[in-house]
Design a protein around this ligand. Structure first.
Ligand SMILES: Cc1cc2nc3c(=O)[nH]c(=O)nc-3n(C[C@H](O)[C@H](O)[C@H](O)COP(=O)(O)O)c2cc1C
Length: 314
């Protein structure tokens, strides 16, 4: 049996990535209800809001779901306690050291997965005792590693070195891409950008439409001196680019970023001044769809590719 289906007890080895300002209880429960694993993105939630989302998610689905905890945000200790109190069974940690909480969470009976962007960090996560890793290529939306490894190269390199289940992320929005990364050795996929442009995502409608309009080359990985992040090239991005021509200090970059830029862009819909995180694959997203339709497309696309590949001879 597929290792990811077994690990999470889900119908399909498809994880909806935890995403700030996009993945609340509505998106997570919709993905879980259609056979994938939905994740609530704790990164943009105050502790009491997270508790509310977990409780609503429990009401909206009787299927497994999890919480993504980026370890660079404040209130980390409180968030961990809420997840334990609310008896969340699956936690995906990211953006931090997997050693900090893995054994503690596992002692509480929680399945722990850590998100990495390189072989080095995949090995660290395995050593920390996680149940699986998500290896995320440079194409992905949101925060990313500095090494710029693409999904096509990262997955087989990680596969070569680790012996725990491997979930591929970055650039996957279709069944054929899912097939491709599984051919490279992944046991499952984590999908972000495609689910942002879904009816159930909490992202602002104007941001969703901008994703649909995006073309190849419209995103770029920037702010490497702070925390590398892939953004749509809007006015805020152009302001960053202009500042870079002056050789800015880290402090100057932090000042430009300011506070609440991501909320302003992705949640409040300020497409000019806000931070708009999305992956390269936005160039392949042509419509806003329900989670059920996205899941159907993924599964049928995977099966069609399987048939296509079985007839392809070299
Ligand atoms: C809007 C947005 C917000 C994200 N926020 C988070 C986050 O809070 N925590 C995290 O671990 N990953 C985050 N990610 C990364 C996703 O969970 C996922 O790994 C990534 O989007 C996969 O690549 P794709 O966008 O090409 O599908 C975010 C991605 C996007 C597009």
């Amino acid at each position: 049996m597929n290792k990811i289906k077994k690990l999470f007890n889900v119908q399909y080895p498809i994880v909806q990535g935890g995403m700030i300002w996009a993945s609340g209880w509505r998106l997570a429960s919709a993905v879980s209800n259609t056979g994938g694993l939905g994740l609530i993105g704790a990164g943009s939630m105050y502790p009491d809001i997270l508790r509310e989302h977990i409780q609503k998610c429990k009401k909206a689905t009787d299927k497994p779901f999890g919480v993504n905890i980026p370890m660079l945000y404040p209130n980390l200790e409180e968030i961990i306690q809420i997840v334990i109190e609310e008896e969340v069974k699956i936690v995906f940690t990211s953006a931090g050291n997997p050693k900090t909480y893995t054994s503690y969470l596992k002692e509480k009976g929680i399945t722990v997965v850590h998100v990495v962007s390189s072989v080095k960090f995949a090995l660290k996560a395995q050593e920390a005792g996680v149940d699986a890793v998500v290896a995320e290529g440079f194409e992905a939306g949101g925060h990313n590693g500095r090494d710029e490894s693409t999904t096509l190269t990262l997955i087989p390199m990680v596969k070569e070195k680790i012996n725990i289940p491997l979930i591929a992320a970055g650039g996957i929005a279709t069944g054929s891409a899912m097939y491709a990364v599984m051919a490279l050795g992944a046991d499952g996929v984590q999908i972000g950008s495609r689910f942002v442009a879904s009816t159930e995502a909490s992202s602002h409608a104007d941001f969703k439409q901008l994703i649909v309009n995006a073309k190849e080359g419209d995103t770029h990985l920037t702010l490497k001196e702070l925390a590398p992040v892939r953004l749509l090239k809007n006015k805020f991005y152009q302001d960053i680019t202009a500042l870079y021509t002056k050789g800015p200090s880290v402090e100057e970059l932090k000042t430009l970023l300011g506070r609440a830029r991501a909320k302003r862009g992705m949640f409040e819909g300020d497409l000019e001044e806000g931070e708009l995180e999305i992956g390269q694959v936005s160039g392949l997203i042509h419509d806003i769809k329900s989670v059920a339709d996205i899941m159907l497309d993924l599964i049928s696309g995977y099966r069609e590719t399987q048939i296509y590949m079985s007839k392809l001879t070299l």
